[in-house]
Design a protein around this ligand. Structure first.
Ligand code: 16G
Length: 169
C-alpha cells in the first residue's frame, strides 16, 4: 500500500516499508486473536455480548468463506495483545459498472494506547486496501466528535446525500 496516496499526515513519516514502531505489527485478524484480547478490545467500541471460542471460530470461518471481510488488527508484539482494529467490508454492486463499495467498520484503539497515531495508521491502511481492491468509494458512520479525525484522513461529509439512518432490531 502506498501511504503517499492518503492525505493523512504522519509524524514521523511512515510507509509500508517503515510502518511505525518495531514493537507492533499491522496484519489481518487470526484465529489466535481470540486469546490476544481482540474481543475485549471490541468491547471498548460497543457491546460484544459473551462470545465463546466456538462462536468466534465459526464467525471467523463464515467470514473467510463468504469473502469481502478484511478484519485488520494491530498487535503489540511485546505483550501479544491486540491494541487496535478496523474492518473493511466490501459489497458487490451492479452500479458503477459492477463496482465494489467499501465500508469502514468497527474502528477501535485500546484507550491506553491513545496518541500514538494507531487509529490513523489502521484507518489509512484499510482505506488504501479498499482502493487497491477497486472500491469506487469507502463509507463510514461515526460520532460527531470523530468527524474532524476522519476528515483529516480524506473522508468528506456529503450534505444532502449521505445521512446515516438506522432501524434497530
Ligand atoms: C460506529 C462504528 C461502526 C460500529 C458501530 C457500533 C466506525 C467507523 N463506526 O458507528 O462500525 O459497528 O459504531 O455501534 O467504526 P452500535 O453498537 O451502536 O451499532
Amino acid at each position: 500500500l502506498d501511504f503517499n496516496k492518503s492525505p493523512a499526515v504522519f509524524n514521523p513519516r511512515i510507509s509500508t516499508v517503515n510502518p511505525g514502531a518495531d514493537w507492533m505489527v499491522v496484519r489481518p485478524l487470526q484465529r489466535g486473536d481470540f486469546d490476544k484480547g481482540f474481543l475485549q478490545l471490541l468491547s471498548q467500541l460497543t457491546s460484544t455480548g459473551s462470545i465463546t471460542r466456538k462462536q468466534f471460530d465459526e464467525r471467523f470461518t463464515q467470514m473467510k468463506i463468504s469473502g469481502g471481510h478484511y478484519v485488520t488488527v494491530i498487535e503489540d508484539k511485546r505483550s501479544s495483545k491486540i491494541i487496535a482494529a478496523a474492518t473493511l467490508t466490501v459489497e458487490q454492486k451492479f452500479i458503477h459498472n459492477c463496482s465494489l463499495r467499501g465500508r469502514l467498520e468497527d474502528v477501535v484503539v485500546n484507550d491506553t494506547y491513545r496518541g500514538k497515531q494507531l487509529g490513523k495508521l489502521i484507518v489509512v491502511t484499510v482505506s488504501l486496501l479498499a482502493q487497491e481492491l477497486g472500491c469506487y468509494k469507502m463509507s463510514l458512520d461515526c460520532k460527531d466528535k470523530l468527524i474532524k479525525f476522519y476528515e483529516s484522513l480524506g473522508y468528506k461529509l456529503e450534505p444532502g446525500n449521505s445521512n446515516a439512518m438506522n432501524m434497530r432490531f
